[in-house]
Design a protein around this ligand. Structure first.
Ligand code: DC
Length: 226
């Protein structure tokens, strides 16, 4: 891999995208971009402001009045809302579900598009989300779609939440995940689905290390578009 590529990793909640993308970016000396954090940041503000989540015009106001920026902190693009690092506050299930809900609106997706593209302008980026390969970076050099079976995704998400000291009841996570899967993959705009030119990796039963190795192996075999 000579030039600084754009690598996209899409997939459903709990498939291991964040951990894998972060590890991959570190290994390659690339920037890591978590686009879910952008939707979560808007959702967090919407919850604070008690914005009507079904009202496109209220969401339009939310997008135009919320200042969301990305700052590169040691190779990781961190999300700042109104000048503040939103950090772990956006990691709850409630914020995740709200992000999924507002992300079905065109105005919300449009308001975050340039920010994401700008972050990848010079390449050298691992971008993870739902529509990285299909909409945000359709010209990406390497596109991956990371999946795992639903039980494993629930267990992983539970571990992650517990690790952060957050509440993590199996049945609640299961219900939220089903709702999020449905919402993310059935929405009209930029639905979650592997683009025709993406490489699908099933991470069920694989460690983070094994998935990163598999991705590096696919890249070095030059199975992307480079
Ligand atoms: O990756 P995540 O779980 O933090 O994302 C939260 C929600 O944001 C997800 O359920 C749908 C939405 N999202 C999106 O629509 N497009 C993206 N590229 C990233 C996230």
């Amino acid at each position: 891999m000579g030039k600084k590529s754009i690598i996209t990793i899409d997939g459903p909640a709990g498939a291991g995208k964040s951990t894998v993308s972060k590890a991959l970016a570190k290994r390659l000396g690339y920037i890591y971009l978590d686009t879910g954090a952008l939707y979560r940041a808007l959702a967090y503000n919407a919850l604070n402001l008690k914005t009507d989540l079904d009202d496109a015009s209220a969401l339009n106001d939310l997008c135009s009045t919320t200042s969301v920026i990305l700052k590169n902190i040691n190779g990781e693009m961190k999300v700042y809302v109104g000048g503040k690092d939103v950090g772990e506050k956006i990691r709850t299930e409630e914020v995740g579900l709200t992000a999924s809900k507002i992300s079905t609106f065109a105005i919300v997706r449009q308001s975050l598009l340039n920010l994401q593209r700008e972050a990848g302008r010079n390449g050298g980026i691992v971008a993870e989300g739902r529509d990285m390969g299909s909409v945000v970076f359709p010209y990406a050099d390497y596109k991956f779609y990371l999946d795992a079976n639903v039980e494993e995704r629930i267990i992983r998400r539970r571990k992650e939440l517990l690790g952060k000291g957050l509440s993590a009841e199996y049945q609640i996570i299961q219900k939220d995940m089903m709702e999020r899967d449905k919402q993310d993959s059935e929405r009209a705009i930029a639905p979650l689905k592997p683009s025709a030119d993406s490489i699908i990796i099933d991470s069920t039963g694989l460690s983070v290390f094994q998935v990163v190795e598999e991705i590096i192996c696919r890249i070095s075999k030059n199975t992307g578009r480079e």
